[in-house]
Design a protein around this ligand. Structure first.
Ligand code: ADP
Length: 274
């Protein structure tokens, strides 16, 4: 048993002699040491989960920490595109190596392993979950301060399996303004509660449009409900991201590392306190 043993095998990735049998956690590769794991979740695809994951990794790396992204959104992997990564990940008998971004963020994604990036992934849930587990167990991540996981969208079977397999320290929930009106955020909060993972922050993406002429923030979808929802679920940290064509263009051009903006600064503070 290690000296820092928390006696909670559910939240620890170490495979020591004291490990309880019921734990479903995958063992991290021997060549990896990951200090903190932050999962980024959303109720459905297309709400900006990958964008938020990318921005958080860029901001953390800029602070001088070693950041990594495990792209667990197997059927819609968009992380390599945002970072302009088109080389294939290499491997040896001992494991796979992540691909480094321009600023040194370590990335692993199914798109870095596919022969053709545009091939669709038509796998069933257990196979998808198996691939994510392999990204944790078979990738030689090296020393990582903060690993961000771009989770599979939704609150179903695949994200649940991922949570059971990887010791996630905290979650960031990303939602569109419409989702904050419905029950999707509540489902994500309840899933976190079931897995006993703290929700670190709630992000409303596409919250408003900034008018370049008058300087006003135009709430296209009406007044934001983020504060009410955060309060209801005791989520201390919130952030709102505008619809900004420059963000979409940066993702398309593979230069998300060049972004400027302080929208997520409050999240960075809470993540670095982890
Ligand atoms: P998800 O990971 O939830 O499926 P993405 O992060 O891939 O969603 O975002 C979907 C698309 O919308 C991408 O093309 C992305 O660049 C764009 N997008 C997301 N958020 C914004 C935003 N705030 N402003 C402009 N474009 C955005």
């Amino acid at each position: 048993m290690s000296e820092e043993c928390s006696h909670n095998c559910e939240s620890c990735g170490k495979d020591c002699g004291e490990r309880t049998k019921e734990s479903l956690l995958e063992k991290l590769h021997d060549g990896s040491h990951v200090k903190k794991v932050v999962g980024v979740v959303s109720g459905k695809g297309g709400v900006g989960k990958s964008l938020v994951t990318s921005l958080l990794a860029v901001m953390t790396q800029r602070e001088g920490y070693q950041a990594a992204i495990l792209d667990a959104d197997i059927t819609g992997p968009s992380i390599p595109q945002a970072f302009g990564l088109h080389t294939r990940a290499e491997g040896t008998e001992s494991g796979l190596y992540p691909v480094d971004s321009e600023t040194g963020i370590r990335v692993m994604s199914l798109n870095l392993l596919m022969e053709h990036e545009t091939d669709p992934v038509v796998w069933r849930g257990p196979i998808i979950a198996g691939a994510v587990k392999q990204f944790w167990a078979d990738v030689i991540w090296g020393d990582v301060d903060y690993m961000f996981i771009d989770m599979p969208p939704g609150t179903g079977d695949v994200p649940m399996t991922v949570f059971q397999s990887i010791p996630v320290d905290g979650l960031v929930i990303v939602a569109s303004p419409q989702e904050l009106v419905g029950m999707i955020v509540e489902k994500a909060v309840n899933m976190a509660g079931m897995m006993k993972i703290p929700v670190l922050a709630l992000v409303e993406n596409m919250s408003y449009v900034f008018c370049p002429d008058c300087g006003r923030e135009i709430r296209v979808f009406g007044e934001s409900r983020i504060n009410d929802i955060a309060q209801k679920h005791s989520i201390q940290t919130t952030a709102c991201l505008p619809i900004d064509p420059k963000l979409a263009a940066a993702c398309d051009a593979g230069i998300i590392e060049h972004f400027n903006g302080n929208w997520l600064d409050s999240l960075l503070d809470i993540i670095l306190k982890q």
